[in-house]
Design a protein around this ligand. Structure first.
Ligand SMILES: C[S@@+](CC[C@H](N)C(=O)[O-])C[C@H]1O[C@@H](n2cnc3c(N)ncnc32)[C@H](O)[C@@H]1O
Length: 353
């Protein structure tokens, strides 16, 4: 069995961006291939000669438009719906793989979501069949690769693998976090997802550590009605919320919040802060330049900001904005960008100096 392709799962409608990104990143790494996809399917296959080598070289963290990155190991079309387990076992027989977890999943397209129940049922049927010969550990084991079964249809499955730490831990790459309770807006889920997806465990834990001046301080640009501020408060930070609009409860009047009615593109902090977040709806290049200024001037140590994408040439604009940010921000210890599950026509960026 040979691996001939990387699989990327994405938000339906963003297949052209992921295809362009795969092609760009692969070329940078000296691999040549071509992307195969169809609009609104939520999946891109990047076919290339040395897919396993490319999979090892191309980090999941480096992909903006991929919610999940998998290495395809077998395509199983024309299956008999009465027995899908045997062909999977037969395909894995020659592979000799040992897996630490089984993930049965589907794309996020309208068609793909119809297979949610099948994914659950098939996972329950396949798991014992894989454990019997010892191909799957009894308990999840992060040291071994994951085996993925991607359901294309009731008669078409794809087998793939991923490495823990170089892929999403969530089926379909869709983070399933509870909406922060009492949040003043649904946007809160976006920052919550960004903190869980873009930060390492250590970086997330560091939010709660007090600095030399007590609890960490954050600025929220474009804060109203207060969802992101709420997430920062719950993480233990003190927040300056900048927005001409009103904040809602429980953020409005909160003892740890200072609300400033000011222009987020002009206002600057009287002293450096630990965190800055920005959800201002503006042209992405203007946001990227302003965010870079915060780092260049040393106004913040860490930032999470959104770049709203244009309707056309979204991959070109993404590259351009990140190039502008990189060129103007000064030295950075981390820079990650992702289109999160809660992002629609936008991406979310985490930067750290
Ligand atoms: C998408 S909403 C932010 C939602 C917020 N993150 C939350 O979780 O509730 C965008 C906000 O940016 C604010 N905004 C847009 N341009 C701004 C500017 N130049 N200065 C300050 N706020 C601005 C708007 O008033 C609006 O409240």
């Amino acid at each position: 069995m040979s691996s001939d392709a990387l699989i990327g799962l994405c938000r339906p409608g963003f297949e052209p961006e992921l295809a362009a990104e795969f092609t760009h990143q692969a070329t940078e790494l000296g691999h040549y291939g071509h992307a195969i996809t169809e609009r609104n399917t939520g999946i891109v296959r990047f076919v290339c000669a040395e897919a396993a080598a490319l999979d090892a070289a191309l980090r999941f963290d480096a992909l903006i438009y991929a919610r999940q990155k998998l290495l395809s190991i077998a395509d199983l079309p024309n299956l008999d719906p009465k027995d899908r387990v045997s062909p999977v076992i037969a395909a894995l027989q020659s592979h000799g793989g040992r897996y630490g977890e089984l993930v049965v999943e589907h794309t996020d397209s309208d068609e793909g979501r119809e297979f949610a129940a099948l994914a659950r049922g098939f996972g329950n049927a396949l798991r014992p069949a894989l454990r019997k010969p010892g191909w799957l550990t009894d308990k999840d084991d992060a040291r071994k690769p994951r085996l993925h079964v991607l359901i294309h249809s009731g008669t078409h499955l794809r087998l793939a693998t991923s490495r823990v730490g170089d892929s999403s831990p969530w089926p379909g790459g869709i983070t399933r976090l509870r909406q922060p309770p009492n949040a003043p807006s649904r946007s809160a889920a976006k920052l919550d997802e960004a903190l869980h997806t873009l930060l390492t465990d250590e970086e997330r834990a560091a939010l709660r550590h007090e600095g030399p001046n007590g609890v960490l301080r954050a600025v929220d640009l474009g804060a109203a009605p207060g969802g992101w501020t709420w997430v920062l408060l719950r993480a233990g930070l003190k927040v300056t919320a900048v927005d001409n609009g009103p904040l809602k409860d429980p953020v409005a009047g909160h003892a740890m919040v200072e609300h400033l009615r000011a222009d987020g593109f002009r206002w600057q902090p009287p002293r450096p802060v630990d965190w800055m977040v920005c959800d201002m709806v503006e042209q992405p290049r203007r946001v990227a330049e302003r965010m870079a200024q915060w780092f260049r001037e040393g106004w913040c140590q860490n930032a999470i900001f959104n770049l709203k994408l244009p309707m056309k040439k979204r991959w070109d604009e993404t590259q351009l904005c990140l190039d502008v940010f990189r060129a103007q921000a000064g030295p950075l210890k981390a820079l990650k960008a992702k289109q999160l599950y809660h992002d629609r026509e936008e991406i979310t960026v985490f930067a750290k100096r």
